[in-house]
Design a protein around this ligand. Sequence first.
Ligand SMILES: *Cc1c(COP(=O)(O)O)cnc(C)c1O
Length: 383
Amino acid sequence: MIPYGRQDISEEDIAAVLEVLHSRNLTQGPAIPGFEEAVAEAAGAPHAVALANATAGLHLACLALDLGPGDRLWTVPNSFLASANCGRYCGAEVDFVDIHPRTFDMDPLALAAKLERARDRAELPSIVVPVHFGGRPCPLKKIAELGQEFGFKILEDASHAIGAKFKGDSAVGCCAHSSASVFSFHPVKLVTSGEGGVVTTQDPELAAKIRLLREHGVSRDSVTAKREGAWYYEQSLLGFNYRLTDLQAALGRSQMTRLESFVSQRNQLADRYRRELADLPLVLPLPTESGRSADHLFVVRVPKKAGVTRRELFDALRERGIGVHVHYIPIHLQPYYRSLGFSPGDFPQAEAYYREALSIPLFHGMSEAEQDRVIGALSELLG
Ligand SMILES: *Cc1c(COP(=O)(O)O)cnc(C)c1O
């Protein structure tokens, strides 16, 4: 089976993890700041905090941005559950903004219209979570202009987008137009640490608060500690244990040295798909005209004119050993979110997209022969 995504572990990656195993620190050691620095540098942000996973990163970023009961968080239905759940963890109300039918990420026009309606009812969000879907930079500047006008903070879900660039070449994660960005290092993402997440920000206080929340809300460097003794620690907030281990951080740091090569391989594979699939009755993802996509996913839409349904194409490809997938079932259609009052029809673009979406295999290390098999199977089934 050719999977839709696959990690790429080198001998250097293995050596980096072994080094930690032979060292004194399996956790809370020097590999963590090393990994954080590598991500901060790639993202062009001054601060980075590594956490157990991106879900923990979204949760703590929301808490550190003071999201709580009575507040509202808006995201897109076309994302992984965690983009919305982070708001619920904080006791906030979650709502969604429909997507753009060609870029599959937050539609700034839909956002603007929804904000106007929310202002009339005094129900404006305090945090908006746009998603750089598939690694393609979302229209963050437009969203940030609305943030200025309507007074919400922006938390970027950049789980798909390490190595992506905005128009003008600044990296996704630099946070020029947001409070913070969150990257995921789960094995299906571009760079992996096994499990892992990193929050980047330009705000030193926000970074410090996320660090504190990561470690039980406990600090050890207070003035009192000097007076009381070296054992002393102090809990100032209700925090969590959301730490990453050094084993994971060493893997992540080692993988980060190959980020450029991972992304450029993906860019080439995506370009080749666009050329080779151009004549098939599929709606191909738009190329990124300015900036650079990290090409985490390659999602095609299977329109009516294709003559087969998405389900039929999905099953036929899987039968041929092509590991296609679907990203994403609209979050608001999950039973949990339905129980909160959402229903089919609420976000028509995301729902129409979901009926047609198909992620075809794309990963760094994918060979031309593997890609030819995918292209061949699609041509045979649709030609
Ligand atoms: C993978 C993913 C997450 C969650 O990442 P974890 O590291 O698995 O917690 C959140 N949002 C999006 C868009 C993702 O793809």
